[in-house]
Design a binder for this molecule. Sequence first.
Ligand code: FAD
Length: 298
Amino acid sequence: MQKKHKIIIVGAGPIGLYLASLCQEKEIDYLLLESSDHVGGQLINLYPEKDIVDIPGIESIKAKDYIALLVSKIDPDKVRCSVTVQSISKYKEDVKVITSDATYVSEYIALATGLGFSKPRPMGVEGEENTPNIIYSIKEYNHLKNKKVAILGGGDSALDWARTLSKISDGISLIHRRTEFRGNPETIKGCKNLAIYLPYVPYSITKENGLAKVLIIEQVETKQHIDIPVDYIFVNYGNIPASTQFELDYDANFVKVDEHLFAAEHIFAIGDLASYENKKRRIAPGNEEARKIINIII
Ligand SMILES: Cc1cc2nc3c(=O)[nH]c(=O)nc-3n(C[C@H](O)[C@H](O)[C@H](O)COP(=O)(O)OP(=O)(O)OC[C@H]3O[C@@H](n4cnc5c(N)ncnc54)[C@H](O)[C@@H]3O)c2cc1C
């Protein structure tokens, strides 16, 4: 049977981490999920070297050191990075958290997703969602060895990947919507195993057992179609910023909460994400919200 957590914390910025440290201290069962490959949120992404001087009880601390301090107080086994929470829903007495690779069940959820994350720009064809062999980032690429990979995009990143993967794959198809690449074409000069399609756009996919098997591309001017058999489609179109990620009540990009910080039954929102009267988007008030949650769930 699936393990049910007391609380799942979504977002490992300073507020999610602080809440995790309180759970650790109070021996409350928790799981912390973070979409990027590192914790720390804005402090690491935007101002790691800046001194923070307004956290009560801490005189002055560099942002990155504050995050390291919080990390030292939590169990690393209870933190999962590179896991994006895609949706949440109420399920009988529990809440369900659906991530990019699994579903988790808990009694409570605390959303601490702050400014949100950037999500990959999709290819934009029907049936693209929930197709595991359509990928938007590559963390390690052993599974692409001896596979047919279609890469969509024309920037430096797409060209770099085309060169790297062409050395191990069973054929790379590089597809870009313009007649010239935006990235430096020298990158792919001399690459074997590489077919280039300019100017083409993805038109549709043919799926088999839930996986994309053929990518059909369309020539931008002539509208002529080409079928490309694929094992993987790597969409390299960059990111779009996320705003309203969850089906909750929003005030602009922020989630409205009641006086107990509930955004919905058993679902809290804290930190920068939360919206209520006179809300201050700073660390100290966010930490206070985390303490409030602990008092409710304990
Ligand atoms: C330049 C600058 C300087 C600042 N200086 C100070 C200061 O000196 N003192 C102070 O008190 N405050 C300061 N702030 C404000 C402070 O940084 C924020 O209040 C704080 O970062 C909010 O923390 P958070 O955890 O709510 O959100 P964030 O820091 O935004 O973290 C949210 C985390 O959630 C993750 N996430 C988002 N969506 C998902 C998802 N669907 N699934 C999983 N994970 C997800 C993100 O990747 C991110 O790691 C400053 C802000 C800026 C921009």
